[in-house]
Design a protein around this ligand. Structure first.
Ligand code: SAH
Length: 253
């Protein structure tokens, strides 16, 4: 088969946070496939065909991209952040595993991107400097009691937590419930940051604690960073505090 499929991470938003490899893969494609809001971030190129779809239809989108590639096209599937983190790369491999045998012979490449958790952490300081855990709060693809059990296990084990898919219009109460589940485990002074639309024009960062964080401030573009008992806060005059987690176990100096 002659077609190619690149699964491309666009980074968190700003063009400067997109890798050169991603830019080159997008420029080389004959066809772009993805959620319309992500395709809008890719500059138009004459002759390039765009296949925009709704956000919820990842598997259909993956099969469509694979069929185009099997037909000889040079396809780029786009994801925000990194395509392997709660995004299209897994959907493509689900489709390959269960789909047409010929799809296994396609030239598929995953082009990494800067994931929201890392972009948010960089704005805050270095909260992911020691062991951390990445979780999705979405209960679209797993039951909410599993979400809560994993969250409680991660916090109990002392991991800093980067929480993706923290809120949306369809999931308005889950973040509040998640924070409530953590309150018996972590001190009320534990830093919690809501990092919204990082690297976009309307970027917003709330730095709070587990006792006073307001979950209503989170939306579908918010990454929630929950510190561990070791995560430190460095106060600064006239600027937001830095959050960081020391590199050594326990965080003591
Ligand atoms: N593949 C993406 C994550 C997709 S899940 C990545 O690696 O970043 C979608 C979630 O990512 C959102 O609900 C939000 O939690 C987070 N997210 C994506 N872009 C973001 C941004 N610019 N700022 C903060 N969080 C973001």
């Amino acid at each position: 088969m002659s077609g190619r499929l690149a699964i491309v991470g666009l980074g968190p938003g700003a063009p400067s946070m997109q890798t050169a490899q991603a830019t080159a893969a997008l420029a080389a494609a004959t066809d772009l496939v993805g959620y319309a809001a992500y395709l809008d971030r890719v500059p138009a190129r004459p002759g390039q065909v765009r296949h925009a779809s709704d956000n919820r239809v990842e598997l259909d989108r993956a099969r469509h991209a694979l069929s185009l590639a099997a037909g000889g096209r040079d396809v780029a599937v786009v994801s925000s952040g990194d395509p392997g983190v709660f995004a299209m790369a897994s959907a493509v491999f689900e489709a390959v595993e269960h789909g047409e045998p010929a799809w296994r012979t396609l030239d598929i490449v995953v082009v990494p991107g800067l994931s929201a958790g890392f972009a948010a952490a960089a704005r805050l300081g270095a909260p992911l400097g020691h062991d951390f855990c990445v979780l999705s709060l979405s209960d679209n693809l797993k039951p909410f009691d599993v979400v809560l059990a994993r969250l409680v296990a991660a916090a109990s084990a002392g991991f800093v937590i980067a929480l993706y898919n923290a809120a949306s219009r369809a999931r308005p109460w889950q973040l509040g419930a998640a924070l409530d589940a953590l309150r018996p485990i972590l001190p009320g002074t534990t830093p919690v940051a809501l990092a919204t639309a990082i690297s976009r024009a309307d970027e917003r960062i709330d730095i709070a604690t587990l006792s006073d964080v307001d979950p209503a401030r989170a939306d579908m573009r918010t990454l929630v960073l929950i510190g561990s008992a070791a995560t430190r806060r460095i106060e600064r005059d006239g600027a937001p505090p830095w959050l960081y987690t020391p590199r050594f176990y326990g965080g003591a100096t």
